[in-house]
Design a protein. Structure first.
Length: 479
C-alpha cells in the first residue's frame, strides 16, 4: 500500500537574529554594529524558542502522518472480502466493455464448462474473465456490488468470500437447531420417529415446490412486457438516485412484524413509488433492473414481512386447528373470493396459466436462459454466436439437466422461442406506444413508420397503500 508522502512543515521564526541598526559617528546608519550583551542574550533566547517550536511542529507533523497511514491500514484491514475481491477484479480487467454496464451477469461454472466443451466461443483471456467473475461474485455485480438474490440459482454460483461462508454456516447451524427443537417437542407429544422423518421430508418437498414457483414467476415477470414497461419508467426517473444509494429498495423484514426503520427524507418519494410497484407485482425487491425477486410465502415458515406489506401482496388469514375437521373447504376458492378487488389485474395472465401447458418449471428455465444467454453471453459475445446456436443449445441443455435428463432439446427450443416472442412483443405496432425501452426491445424495434401504430390499452388503476411513517397518516393512492 502506498504511504502518504511526508512534506516538511513551514518553519517558525521568533524574534530577529540581527540587532536594530545604529547611527555611526558620521551620522550614517550602521547595519554592521555588533549587538550588545543584553541584545545578544535576547537573540539566543529567540533562537532557542524557535528551535523548540520547530521541533514540536516536526513531532506533531510526523504523528499526524503516522495517524493517516494507520487509518489507511485500518481501512484496508476492515474491508470485507467481497469488496477486496471486487476492487481486485475491476482493477485487473479495467477497460473491459462489460464493466461499463451497471449490471454484469456471471455465468455459473456448471455452464462455462459445457460452453468450453461444445462451443468455440471464449479466448483464453475471456474464459479467465468469466471464471473469475463467477468465482468471486456468484450471480454477478450490480453497481459494483455482488448481486443479492434469494432465488435458488444464487446457490448454483456461490460467492466464495468469508462473509458468505459464515452466513451459510450460521444458517445451517440455525436450521439444525430448529429441527432438533421441533423433534424434541414432537417426541414429547407422542409422535413417532418415522412420522417426524416423514414430516421434515414433506416440508423439504414443499419448499422445493415453492422455489420452483418463485423461479417461474420471476421468469414470467422478467419477460412480461407490462412489467418491463413499468421498470423502464422507474429506471428513467430514479436511476441517478439509485446509483448514489448503490442499491435498489426492498421490502423490509422484521421479526415482530413492524414496517422497519423510517425512510430518510431524500428517499421518501422513491421508496413510496417502489413500494407501490412491489405490492402490485408481489416482489421483495429488484436484484437488478432485469431480475425481479418475488416475495417468500409464509407457509412452511412464518412470514417476516410487515403486516401492511403482507396485506398488499397476498392473503393473510388465520385458520384454527379445529377448522380442519371440515373437508369441504376449498382454499383456492376461498383465496380467490378474498382476492376479489385486491389481486392486481396485471397478474391475470399468470394466474390464468396463459399460455396453457406452460408450468412454473418452464418459466424457471426461461429465467436462466434470459439471464445467462440474453443478458450475459449475447450481450458480450453476440456476434460470435452466428452459426453456433445449435452448439450453445447443447451446452445449455447439459447445464440445465446436470446429472438428470429432465429437459429435452425440443423443450429447450420451445422455451427459447417463447422467450424471444415475449421479449420482442414490445416491437409490435400495438405495443410500441408503451414499449418498455429495454435494449433487447430497442435492438428489435420496427421502422418509425410502422412504430407509429395504435397505442395499447391503458393500464388498469390499482389501489395501493403507502407505508405510514411516524407523524404521517396512511393513505390510498391510485397508480
Amino acid at each position: 500500500m502506498a504511504k502518504t508522502p511526508k512534506t516538511k512543515p513551514r518553519r517558525i521564526r521568533i524574534g530577529s537574529t540581527k540587532s536594530p541598526p545604529t547611527l555611526s559617528q558620521s551620522g550614517a546608519i550602521d547595519t554592521q554594529t555588533k549587538p550588545t550583551g543584553v541584545e545578544s542574550s535576547q537573540v539566543e533566547r529567540d533562537h532557542q524558542e524557535e528551535s523548540l517550536a520547530n521541533a514540536r511542529l516536526d513531532m506533531a507533523f510526523n504523528a499526524l502522518a503516522d495517524v493517516r497511514e494507520l487509518r489507511q491500514d485500518v481501512f484496508e484491514w476492515a474491508k470485507p472480502d467481497w469488496l477486496k475481491a471486487a476492487e481486485s477484479f475491476f482493477a485487473k480487467y479495467m477497460g473491459h466493455p462489460a464493466l461499463e454496464q451497471d449490471s454484469i451477469y456471471a455465468l455459473p461454472s456448471t455452464l462455462i464448462d459445457p460452453i468450453c466443451k461444445y462451443v468455440d466461443l471464449f479466448t483464453p483471456e475471456e474464459e479467465d474473465f468469466e471464471r473469475h467473475l463467477s468465482d468471486i461474485s456468484g450471480l454477478g455485480y450490480f453497481l459494483k456490488r455482488p448481486v443479492s438474490c434469494s432465488l435458488p440459482f444464487g446457490r448454483e454460483s456461490p460467492r466464495v468470500d468469508e462473509m458468505w461462508r459464515n452466513n451459510q454456516i450460521r444458517q445451517i447451524e440455525s436450521n439444525k437447531a430448529i429441527i432438533e427443537l421441533l423433534t424434541e417437542v414432537m417426541l414429547k407429544q407422542g409422535v413417532s420417529s418415522d412420522e417426524i422423518e416423514a414430516y421434515f421430508k414433506e416440508e423439504r418437498d414443499w419448499e422445493l415446490k415453492f422455489e420452483d414457483i418463485r423461479m417461474g414467476f420471476s421468469g414470467w415477470l422478467a419477460t412480461e412486457p407490462a412489467f418491463r414497461q413499468e421498470v423502464a419508467k422507474l429506471r428513467a426517473k430514479w436511476e441517478d438516485r439509485i446509483r448514489i444509494n448503490e442499491r435498489l429498495p426492498m421490502i423490509s423484514i422484521s421479526i415482530n412484524g413492524e414496517q422497519g426503520w423510517p425512510v430518510p427524507m431524500p428517499d421518501r418519494d422513491l421508496h413510496a413509488e417502489f413500494m407501490d410497484f412491489y405490492w402490485r407485482w408481489g416482489l421483495e425487491t429488484l436484484a437488478t433492473w432485469d431480475l425481479p425477486v418475488p416475495v417468500l410465502p409464509g407457509l412452511t415458515q412464518p412470514s417476516l414481512y410487515g403486516q401492511i406489506d403482507q396485506e398488499n401482496m397476498g392473503l393473510v388469514s388465520f385458520i384454527p386447528w379445529y377448522f380442519l375437521r371440515e373437508k369441504g373447504i376449498d382454499i383456492q376458492q376461498f383465496a380467490k373470493h378474498r382476492g376479489l378487488g385486491s389481486i392486481s389485474p396485471l397478474l391475470k395472465n399468470w394466474l390464468n396459466a396463459e399460455p396453457k401447458y406452460w408450468g412454473c418449471g418452464r418459466y424457471g428455465q426461461m429465467l436462466r436462459l434470459f439471464l445467462f444467454f440474453e443478458l450475459a453471453i449475447k450481450s458480450r459475445y453476440g456476434e460470435r454466436l452466428r452459426g453456433k446456436l445449435a452448439n450453445f443449445e447443447e451446452a445449455f441443455l447439459c447445464y440445465l439437466n446436470g446429472e438428470k435428463n429432465t429437459v429435452s432439446l425440443d423443450n429447450l427450443r420451445k422455451i427459447r422461442q417463447e422467450m424471444n416472442r415475449r421479449i420482442n412483443l414490445c416491437s409490435k405496432p400495438s405495443a410500441v406506444a408503451n414499449c418498455c425501452g429495454h435494449e433487447l426491445c430497442v435492438a428489435n424495434s420496427l421502422p418509425p413508420a410502422v412504430a407509429a401504430g395504435p397505442p395499447s390499452p391503458a393500464m388498469p388503476v390499482v389501489r395501493t397503500r403507502t407505508i405510514a411513517t411516524p407523524g404521517e397518516k396512511q393513505h390510498d393512492r391510485a397508480d
